[in-house]
Write a protein that binds this ligand. Structure first.
Ligand code: HEM
Length: 246
C-alpha cells in the first residue's frame, strides 16, 4: 500500500490523516456502542416474541397472526437482530482495518435483505391490528423497499471498488433498519404523556423514527465526504480517485 492510499483508507475508516490527528481508539467505539444501545429494545421485544412462539404461549387476538404464520416474523426478528448488532460494528474503524468488516459484511448484507424482505411480506400478508392504517402500510412498503434497494446498491458499488458509494448506501440501509430503535423514543414520550396514539398519530410516530434516522444518516454521509475531500486535497489526489479503493 502506498503512503497516499494508506492515507485515503485511514480517512475512510476515520483514522489519522495528514490534516487531522488520530482520534483515541476509545472514541472509535462510541458510534457502535450507541447504535447497539438503541437496538436493544426491539431486539428484546423480538426475543420475547420468539420465546412466546416457541414455548407455546397463549394465542390472543393481539398475537394470533404470529402463531398463524410464524416463519416471516421469526426470520424478521433473527435477521433484524443480526443486522443491527453486526451492522453497528461495521462503523468501528478499528475492526474495519482488521478485515473484520469484509467478513462480517457477508453476513450483514444478507441479514439486512432478509429483514427488509420479511418486513415487506408481513406488511402485505399479515392481518394487522386496526391502528396500523393505510399511511403506515404505504410507509412500510416504501421504507422496506428502500432498505432492500440500498443494500443491493451498496453491494454492487463495493463489487466495483467504490467504497464511498458503498458506505453511503449501507449507512442509509442501516438507518432505516434502526428505525425500529428510534421509534421506541418517538412513541415513549407521547404514550407517557397522552396514552396510546390513534391511527394517524401512530403512523406519524412510526414515520418520525425513519425520517430522523435518515436525516442523521445524511449528515454522517456528508461529513464523511467532506473529510475525504480534505484528505485528498492534502495528499494531492482527485476526489474521484479517492472514492475508489480496491
Ligand atoms: C432492522 C431492525 C428491525 C427490528 C429489530 C425489528 C423488530 C421487529 C419485531 C421484534 C417485530 C415483532 C413485533 C411483535 O412481536 O409484536 C417486528 C415486526 C414487524 N416489523 Fe420489524 N424490525 C426491524 C425493521 C423493520 C423495518 C425496516 C420494517 C419495515 C420497513 C419492519 C416492519 C415490520 C412489520 C410490518 C412487522 C409486523 C408487525 C405486526 O404484525 O404488528 N421492521 N419487527
Amino acid at each position: 500500500m502506498t503512503e497516499s492510499s494508506a492515507a485515503r483508507l485511514s480517512a475512510h475508516v476515520g483514522g489519522a490523516s495528514p490534516s487531522r490527528p488520530a482520534s483515541k481508539p476509545r472514541a472509535h467505539w462510541l458510534a457502535p456502542t450507541g447504535l447497539i444501545l438503541l437496538s436493544l429494545v426491539p431486539i428484546a421485544a423480538g426475543a420475547f416474541r420468539l420465546t412466546e412462539l416457541t414455548s407455546g404461549g397463549a394465542v390472543t387476538p393481539a398475537n394470533a397472526r404470529f402463531f398463524d404464520s410464524p416463519v416471516p416474523v421469526a426470520v424478521h426478528i433473527v435477521a433484524s437482530s443480526v443486522f443491527l448488532v453486526l451492522g453497528a460494528l461495521q462503523f468501528a474503524p478499528g475492526l474495519r482495518r482488521r478485515r473484520w468488516h469484509r467478513y462480517s459484511g457477508r453476513i450483514v448484507a444478507p441479514a439486512g435483505l432478509a429483514s427488509a424482505l420479511s418486513a415487506l411480506w408481513m406488511t402485505l400478508f399479515y392481518a394487522m391490528p386496526a391502528v396500523n392504517g393505510e399511511a403506515l402500510f404505504v410507509m412500510r412498503l416504501v421504507f422496506g423497499t428502500a432498505m432492500a434497494a440500498a443494500i443491493v446498491v451498496a453491494f454492487v458499488a463495493i463489487r466495483r471498488g467504490d467504497v464511498a458509494t458503498h458506505s453511503a448506501w449501507m449507512t442509509r440501509a442501516y438507518a432505516i433498519g434502526l428505525g425500529a430503535g428510534t421509534q421506541v423514543f418517538t412513541f415513549l414520550p407521547w404514550t407517557l404523556a397522552l396514552g396510546a396514539p390513534d391511527e394517524t398519530m401512530h403512523a406519524v410516530l412510526m414515520g418520525a423514527g425513519w425520517v430522523i434516522n435518515l436525516a442523521v444518516a445524511e449528515l454522517v454521509i456528508r461529513r464523511r465526504a467532506a473529510r475525504s475531500t480534505r484528505t485528498s486535497r492534502t495528499s494531492g489526489r482527485s476526489g474521484a480517485a479517492d472514492a475508489r479503493l480496491s
